[in-house]
Design a protein around this ligand. Structure first.
Ligand code: ATP
Ligand code: MG
Length: 493
């Protein structure tokens, strides 16, 4: 038991304490109160109900810490933020004075923990800020504990994966997000030192499995979260790569097409150069043969031979002329053209090639076609590629049929190019316009022909498709818009 002096000092200490200290009985009557300088009490309040004397209330306060103490017989602290100030000091902390199991009295403090309270608010604010940061991230953010339970799953993660946030937090495991053994693989990489340091994984391209089963390519930056060396969670930032990959593919296609047309253009230049060189000697040959025929009286045999030379050299000149026309320009120039001439020119250049010797060519070209607004060089390449494919497919033997017509009431013309080759199997047909798709053996085809054809048709606002049945040959249908439809000029630009 403290002696008298100790008791006196205890009382003095309580009175000198700068915070409110109230001692109440279990029925809320004030037994004692210190003289808090801020608590200006006009009358002696001992013996009165605390809520009445201090707060002018008719019943006890809702957030009274003494109530909690009475329930638990343990010290209790209430939340300052949720405690209405009521214009007076606050009752924040209470502990019981017990006698055996019974509460004799309760001590109540206006106990301010300034540092803790400040920290709590700061912590709450910074937690809210971090939460916001994560939730509003454009990239998906996913965190999981070491059992794979998902702890954080933001809206971007929901958008990529197709799972909604609630579903992800409650029903799925991180292992469900990656196809196959993906999650384990990632943990292995995270634990190794080789992917950005221990516990880290940087810009790792991997697939995630969407809710609908689709695999979605992402770039993953991930880390293990440690608490004193112990792994407690993993966090991953996903960047959706679908759009990037799509753009990359489009760029590759465009590059392929540029390469192909550059190749064609340089071939064209070469052909044009050779044709020019041949043109002059050929003109001389025809001219001088003509002169000999006219100026000398020759016997029948010699005349016939010379006539043959004359005719063949004229044929050569025609070929050279067509070749020059075929390779005439390298820059795109859109203007009206007779599509039949483009078809005939290509056939003229091809039909004397060995590949075509045993191919019968049937032409059914409508004589009343409107002109096509287009680039003649591209149109030449278009027919050249489709006809060469047909001849390749028939391995030099069969019938090539070319039809051109304008369907009734249509402002387009159709060109049908059919062969009697082996046809295109159904599983191959959807791929024939893809760049680098070829069924030809190495060295025989690059697989670029039809992809170029496709882009030429696209450039001319037309359509192309193939119909084929295995063993029954193939027909390519090419539809091109007329340069001058019936009424007025709606030529494409
Ligand atoms: N008339 C056809 N009959 C059968 N298969 C065809 C026919 N035309 C195209 N194909 C198929 O389409 C594929 C792609 O044709 P494409 O012209 O793009 O490339 P390629 O002819 O193989 O090579 P390249 O034209 O670059 O030399 C061919 O490999 C072939 O399998
Ligand atoms: Mg081809």
């Amino acid at each position: 038991m403290p002696n008298k002096t100790e008791n006196e000092y205890l009382i003095k200490a309580l009175k000198a304490f700068k915070r409110k200290v109230v001692i109440i009985s279990p029925d809320f009557k004030i037994i004692s109160i210190n003289t808090d300088p801020d608590l200006i009490l006009k009358h002696d309040v001992t013996g009165r109900l605390c809520y009445q004397a201090l707060y002018d209330r008719t019943s006890h306060c809702d957030n009274c810490p003494a109530l909690k103490v009475m329930e638990t017989k343990q010290p209790a602290m209430v939340d300052r933020i949720n405690t209405p100030n009521q214009g007076k000091v606050l009752c924040l902390y209470s502990y019981p004075i017990l006698s055996g199991d019974n509460i004799d009295a309760l001590v109540i403090f206006d106990f301010d923990f300034p540092s803790i309270e400040g920290l709590e608010v700061k912590l709450k604010r910074s937690n809210a800020f971090l939460r916001n940061l994560i939730l509003s991230s454009v990239d998906a953010v996913l965190a999981s504990d070491m059992n794979g339970k998902i702890l954080i799953f933001n809206d971007a993660a929901a958008e990529i994966s197709g799972y909604d946030v609630e579903e992800a937090l409650n029903n799925i495991n991180i292992r469900d997000i990656y196809p196959g053994d993906g999650a384990r693989e990632i943990m292995k990489k995270l634990r190794s030192n080789e992917h950005g340091g221990k516990g880290k994984l940087k810009s790792y391209i991997v697939d995630v499995k969407g809710k609908n089963g689709d695999n979605i390519p992402i770039s993953l930056n991930a880390a293990i979260v440690y608490e004193e060396e112990r792994e407690v969670a993993t966090i991953g930032f996903f960047h959706d790569m679908r759009e990037t990959f799509k753009m990359k593919k489009e760029l590759e296609n465009a590059q392929i097409q540029i390469l192909q047309s550059e190749k064609m253009a340089s071939l064209g230049k070469l052909a044009a150069g050779v044709a020019h060189q041949l043109n002059n000697p050929l003109s001389s040959i025809t001219l001088f043969t003509q002169l000999v025929l006219e100026e000398y009286k020759l016997e029948e045999g010699a005349r016939n031979d010379l006539m043959r030379i004359y005719k063949e050299s004229q044929r050569c000149r025609d070929t050279v002329k067509e070749l020059l026309e075929f390779a005439r320009q390298t820059r795109q120039e859109m203007r009206p053209h007779d599509i039949n001439s483009a078809i005939l020119r290509t056939l003229f250049l091809l039909e004397n090639q060995t590949l075509f010797h045993n191919i019968e060519i049937e032409k059914e070209l409508s004589s009343s076609l409107p002109e096509i607004f287009g680039d003649i060089q591209q149109l030449n390449h278009l027919f050249m590629n489709v006809i060469l494919n047909a001849a390749d497919a028939m391995e030099g033997k069969g019938t090539l049929s070319i039809k051109s017509y304008r369907p009734p009431q249509s402002n387009s013309i159709i060109i049908e190019i059919s062969d009697t080759g082996p046809g295109i199997p159904q599983n191959v047909l959807p791929h024939i316009f893809e760049p680098f798709f070829t069924t030809k053996e190495e060295g025989k085809g690059t697989g670029l022909g039809l992809s170029l054809v496709y882009s030429i048709i696209d450039n001319h606002k037309g359509k192309i498709y193939a119909k084929s049945r295995a063993g029954k040959g193939t027909t390519f249908f090419i539809e091109l818009p007329a340069a001058n439809p019936d009424n007025g000029d709606t030529a494409i630009e």
